[in-house]
Design a protein around this ligand. Structure first.
Ligand code: FAQ
Length: 305
């Protein structure tokens, strides 16, 4: 036993990857299962807000692009479930944990998409926040998660650009289109900042996850990085970020900003956001209605065996 513990400590200390065959502490395994499963569920639930606009995209090209993006999210969910399975937990169990409300998914997907501009804003801000959070995860100490993140980040980068392009087009359009873009940014700014999680002082897992090399930066550091990136991008778009206290701080070398309302974050995470019930109802219905697909796939696999 002592040998494997030292080997694990050595892998972490020398910034190498832990692989599924390696011994790992139970708490390290549990933390990874929790984070990777939450991440996978977020990708799957995250298909719903944008899918809401598939039938109403303003052109065939926009519809084809959005369809591809939503399908990418399904693929991300599948890579991530596969990464979680390497930790010894079957996929059925993970999916059941979501459906029974035992697992969380990202707060951001509990907000409704009220206008076409929301498709642009989700791409720009939500995928933008996802990239800031996930690029460091390509260096996560657990190999299968880190490798899944490499491909996911490349695709997220395309998603972010398509969203920016939607907003760029709207902000160069009619007065009504510019108004729609601004109204959407006003609604999504703070929920996007909240995606990074509670402030460091209230983050239960950060310290241990950083010691294990699962997380590489704290929630607040990543949130600050995101704000610093967004301000010049908002200027190019010609939209105003809805924060009167947002200003450059020469001393800190960062923008000062108003943090999101963490009570709201906790309420949304606890199931009380504007769309939580709809999201879960839709997910459970889809799961039940497609039982025949899983049955057919299992029967086909059995036949081939
Ligand atoms: N929502 O101690 P910490 C995407 C929970 S991007 C819900 O700081 P940790 C792409 C947290 O789980 C979105 N719950 O936790 C896309 C913990 O609860 P627990 C998904 C939250 O893990 C774009 C408790 O609060 N990305 O899907 C949130 O160290 C467009 C205490 O928090 C990821 O999952 C929240 N915002 O840090 C798809 C990235 N924040 O488990 C479709 C990977 C915190 O003790 C369309 N995950 N909680 O019951 C992470 O980086 C981390 O898990 C954090 C949270 C940073 C989210």
């Amino acid at each position: 036993m002592a040998g494997v513990v030292e080997y694990f400590d050595e892998l972490i200390a020398t910034d190498q990857r832990v692989e599924p065959r390696d011994w790992m502490p139970d708490a390290y395994r549990a933390t990874l299962i929790r984070q990777i499963a939450q991440h996978a569920h977020s990708e799957i639930i995250g298909m719903q807000p944008e899918a809401n606009w598939l039938t109403r995209a303003p052109s065939l090209a926009r519809k084809a692009i959005l369809l591809a993006k939503v399908q990418d999210e399904a693929g991300h969910g599948l890579y991530l479930y596969a990464a979680a399975e390497t930790l010894g937990v079957p996929r059925d169990e993970l999916v059941d944990a979501l459906l029974l409300g035992r697992h969380k998914y990202s707060s951001i997907f509990n907000y409704p998409t009220l206008s076409w501009a929301d498709v642009g804003t989700i791409g720009w801000l939500v995928d933008g926040a996802a990239i800031v959070n996930q690029v460091p995860l390509t260096r996560c100490s657990y190999g299968p998660y880190a490798r899944a993140m490499v491909r996911i980040c490349k695709e997220e980068s395309f998603h972010q650009r398509q969203g920016y392009d939607v907003l760029y087009t709207l902000t160069r359009g009619t007065r009504e289109q510019r108004r729609m873009a601004q109204e959407s940014v006003d609604r999504w700014w703070y929920p996007s900042l909240a995606m990074f999680g509670p402030p460091d002082a209230a983050s239960t897992h950060s310290e241990q996850s950083m010691a294990w090399g699962i997380k590489r930066h704290s929630n607040d550091d990543l949130r600050q990085r995101f704000v610093d990136l967004c301000v010049p991008q908002a200027e190019v778009l010609g939209v105003t970020l809805p924060d009167p206290d947002l200003r450059w701080n020469d001393e800190r070398g960062h923008y000062d900003f108003t943090p999101p309302d963490y009570d709201e974050l906790m309420a949304v995470v606890a199931g009380d956001g504007p769309a939580n019930r709809d999201r879960m109802r839709h997910r459970r219905r889809a799961h039940d209605q497609h039982q025949w697909v899983r049955d057919a796939a299992a029967a086909y696999a059995e036949k081939n065996r």
